[in-house]
Design a protein around this ligand. Structure first.
Ligand SMILES: *Cc1c(COP(=O)(O)O)cnc(C)c1O
Length: 385
């Protein structure tokens, strides 16, 4: 049957029909008062989503562009920064820092393990002459399905007093609690194709007053990604360059949906989807890459037993059930598969994915579980017992 694709990858994520329909229109002029009104509403609701009174800026970029903007607007060549790296995305922010001539010190953890906040505390406490200008962290490390302990790492950054904290929240914002103002986070980057439930193409950067202070003296080169321009124009409900106006039609709808569901309920739904997935994976005798208690509410990385070929699982899931799962990245390519449960995903979707997975595993000759074990484990979580 055509057109039943179920995207269970960590972006792009499924899109609600109401948002698809909203985008299926002729664009309007981006300097029109009609567009200004939509942009203004989106900006207000973006602030609600970020739990901030400060600025949330919309850029026409993917998530990487948003994060790069978040890094380069507040720093100068040679600045010392600490970068957490426990997966593909953490590694990327280290590369961005190096590309811009920052003096980046990388704090690593093995893929599947969360970053150790103590390592940040030690570096920050030792820095008595306050040379560390920023700490750069990936909150939900999508490559491994690990949620890093942002709250604790951030507390150590606050104790340092000087350094900014810059967060890749691309798969945590809208899935896990990231209270920007309450925690005092300086920069939060995210992207439209994740929890926002719209296609790829928009990036968002939230900026604290403290980061704007640093902006005044920051000397890294920038033009298209100069956030000062976006801030100035956002005050007039507009953007410095042509925005993807149809994307805003969709964003308007999905932000309204999130508000109607309520932030707590959005987080609780993602938490539940993660718990269901973890329980089912274990019940099927498969492994989780993420260490116990460090799972991301957005995505689960699954390590199959040696006799099960992860690539075959993915290709059969696609062929038989039209369910797209994600591959591993880098050295985990072909060795694991990842189940995205981010954005427009409900309990029914995850049940469908689990029962399909059981069927596929049996078809591939893997029999080390009782039929229905995954669904039984899922049902147990759903019934709250
Ligand atoms: C998807 C993702 C990004 C952004 O990737 P783009 O391809 O640039 O949109 C950044 N960080 C994390 C953790 C992600 O999952």
């Amino acid at each position: 049957m055509d057109n039943k694709l179920m995207l269970m990858i960590p972006g792009p994520t499924p899109i609600p029909e109401a948002a698809l329909l909203a985008m299926a229109k002729h664009p309007m002029g981006h300097r029109s008062s009609e567009f200004d009104a939509i942009f203004a509403e989106c900006t207000e609701n973006l602030k609600w989503l970020h739990q901030t009174k400060s600025d949330v800026l919309s850029l026409t970029v993917s998530g990487t562009g948003a994060m790069e903007a978040g890094i380069i607007n507040f720093l100068s060549p040679g600045d010392r920064v600490l970068v957490g790296n426990n997966g593909k995305f953490g590694e990327r922010w280290g590369e961005v820092a190096q590309a811009y001539g920052l003096n980046a010190e990388i704090i690593t953890a093995e893929w599947g393990q969360p970053l150790d906040p103590e390592k940040f505390r030690e570096k920050l406490e030792a820095d008595t002459d306050k040379k560390i200008k920023a700490v750069i962290i990936t909150h939900s490390e999508t490559s491994t399905g690990v949620l890093n302990d942002l709250e604790t790492i951030n507390r150590h950054v606050k104790a340092h007093g000087e350094a900014l904290i810059m967060v890749d929240a691309v798969t945590s914002l809208g899935a896990a609690n990231v209270p920007m103002d309450e925690w005092g986070i300086d920069v939060i980057a995210s992207g439209s194709q994740k929890a926002y439930m719209i296609p790829p193409g928009l990036g968002f950067v939230a900026v604290s007053p403290k980061a704007w202070e640093a902006y005044k003296t920051a000397k890294l080169p920038k033009f298209y990604l100069d956030l000062g321009k976006y801030r100035k124009d956002a005050a007039k409900n507009t953007t410095p360059f042509t925005p993807p106006v149809n994307m805003f039609f969709g964003l308007q709808v999905t932000l309204q949906m999130m508000k109607a569901e309520g932030l707590e309920n959005v987080f609780a739904r993602h938490q539940r989807l993660m718990k269901i997935t973890h329980a089912a994976v274990k019940a099927l005798g498969l492994g989780l890459l993420a260490a116990d208690g460090a799972g991301s509410p957005a995505i689960t990385a699954v390590v199959p037993p040696a006799q099960v070929d992860a690539q075959k699982v993915r290709s059969l899931m696609k062929k038989r059930f039209d369910i797209a799962l994600a591959d591993g990245q880098d050295h985990l390519k072909g060795k694991i598969f990842r189940i995205g449960h981010l954005g427009f995903v409900c309990d029914r979707d995850i049940l469908a994915a689990i029962s399909s997975l059981e069927t596929v595993l049996k078809e591939l000759g893997y029999e080390d579980f009782n039929s229905g074990a995954g669904i039984a484990a899922a049902a147990q979580i759903l019934s709250g017992s």
